[in-house]
Ligand binder design. Structure first.
Ligand SMILES: [Cu+2]
Length: 477
């Protein structure tokens, strides 16, 4: 006989199944359109029923911390614990899902040896890191199975949560979905002077969706997964003290947008995003939307909660329970989160405007990606206004390599900018019917004599769209 709780859970599961199926139908319909239009081979996702039974929660995995100096990163198949001793076969960096958390200070140097232990070509991109085109992980520099590539670059940018993942021509979606992603945190003096929660009180959270078969082999579906994971853990929990925690949240999802919130509706404080700290902290938020590749730096205050209580980090869009915080220990935290965080110089007075229309599921300004075609050239050091438009087949999280940008406006669609879109960004969500304007200036590297040092990409970070061709090469000259 079912208990009331089980009945409620089953009903919720039924609702979720129907949502998943609806999403699947939407996606598969769109896939058919693309297949008809482009004749491309696409992985058609299959529907897998949710696993029955009560939820046992598992201790959240925290990836090891490594320095980028003299680091070897191997992309290869791996068997990892996805919680409670359940072993899953995935693809991972250095046998860790997600990959090791790289932490480096501003002014240091990265020397990283990438090893391809997969049976297909690959290349790793340092998302959010401002590096030259030879080190950026452009797909034309992909290495074959068994191959290696050396990266050497200076870390010359402000503190931020960045990340790394494959950027392989038409294979990015599969390689990321199978588990290849990790956090890359840059620190600087401005940030460390703020006394923000650190040590065990600073936790990276890589949030994604995934799919497994019955034997817990991770399965690639182009449209995304049916199961949430945080730091590679299924149904995770984290034991917390009665203190403030700084969570560095990164969406590693293929296509899905998360609506992050706490189950008790408690407010949290936003302090940063893709490009690092905001000018001032934003207290009182109860929800943050996070598109693929976007980051949110948030402070959650567990003071005043009784030991033994718990709060769930939820995705409001699916109803998923992402991560349970279990309050297990009383400590004294008398700190306050500063209001003034960072100095951000505003870009202004653009010298020209470029328009990018994100069309269907595979085109920018009418063109499908050609890995060898340079679509436009951007003068070094000049501020430009870039306007993104779309009509149908959105949302498109638009990502630019080689520089961070500042979002100016959003008209149509949601018709507003959100607190997490202030400051510096490298990814912005363009939803249906929206026009988004940004200011951007490339002032670090340029393509001199065609040596590729200023070769960068703009693309949709909905990985299904990216692999379909919604990606464009440009040079800084
Ligand atoms: Cu897109």
């Amino acid at each position: 006989m079912k208990t009331k709780q089980q009945r409620i859970e089953n009903e919720q599961k039924g609702i979720m199944d129907s949502i998943t199926r609806r999403d699947f139908l939407k996606v598969s319909g769109a896939v058919t359109l693309v297949a008809l239009g482009g004749g491309q081979l696409l992985n058609i996702p299959e529907v897998v029923a949710a696993r029955p039974g009560p939820t046992t929660r598992n201790s959240l995995y925290i990836p090891p911390i490594v320095s980028p100096s003299g680091l070897t990163l191997t992309e290869a198949p791996a068997t990892v614990n996805v919680g409670g001793g359940t072993m899953a076969s995935v693809w991972a960096y250095n046998n860790s899902l997600p990959g090791p958390t790289i932490i480096a200070s501003q002014g240091s140097t990265a020397s990283i040896n990438l090893v391809n232990g997969l049976s297909q070509e690959t290349i790793t991109h340092w998302h959010g890191m401002i590096v030259d085109g030879l080190n950026d992980g452009h797909p034309k520099y992909a290495i074959p199975p068994g191959g290696t590539k050396n990266y050497n670059f200076a870390i010359n940018q402000r503190a931020a949560l960045n990340w790394y993942h494959p950027h392989t021509h038409m294979l990015t979606n599969e390689q990321v979905a199978m588990g290849l992603a990790g956090a890359f945190i840059v620190t600087d003096n401005e940030e460390s002077a703020l006394g923000l929660p650190s040590g065990n009180y600073q936790v990276p959270l890589v949030v994604r969706d995934a799919s497994f078969d019955a034997a817990y082999n991770m399965v690639y579906r182009s449209g995304g997964g049916d199961t949430p994971m945080v730091n590679g853990t299924l149904n995770p929990y984290l034991e917390v003290d009665t203190a403030r925690y700084r969570f560095r949240v990164l969406s590693g999802a293929q296509n899905r947008i998360f609506g992050l919130a706490l189950s008790n509706g408690a407010p949290f404080t936003l302090i940063g995003n893709d490009g690092g700290l905001l000018e001032t902290s934003v207290p009182g938020l109860t929800q943050i939307d996070l598109a693929p590749a976007e980051r949110a730096d948030i402070i959650i205050d567990f003071r005043g909660l009784p030991v033994g209580s718990s709060i769930m980090l939820k995705d409001l869009r699916t109803g998923w329970d992402l991560l349970e915080f279990r309050v297990t220990r009383t400590v004294t935290d008398t700190g306050t989160t500063p209001t003034a965080l960072s100095t951000i110089t505003k870009l202004s007075n653009p010298v020209r405007t470029r328009v990018f229309n994100f069309e269907g599921m595979s085109r920018i300004n009418g063109q499908v990606y050609d890995i060898n075609r340079i679509d436009f050239q951007v003068p070094f050091g000049e501020t430009e206004l870039w306007r993104f438009t779309t009509k149908g087949a959105a949302p498109h999280p638009v990502h630019i390599h080689g520089a961070s940008f500042q979002i100016q406006s959003r008209t149509g669609g949601r018709g507003q900018l959100f607190p997490w879109e202030q400051g510096w960004k490298d990814t912005v969500l363009l939803d249906d019917g929206e026009t988004v304007e940004i200011l951007i200036r490339f002032d670090q590297f340029r393509s001199v004599g065609g040596d590729g040092k200023g070769l960068y990409l703009i693309h949709c970070h909905r990985l299904e769209h990216e692999d379909n061709g919604m990606i464009s090469n440009f040079e800084v000259v």
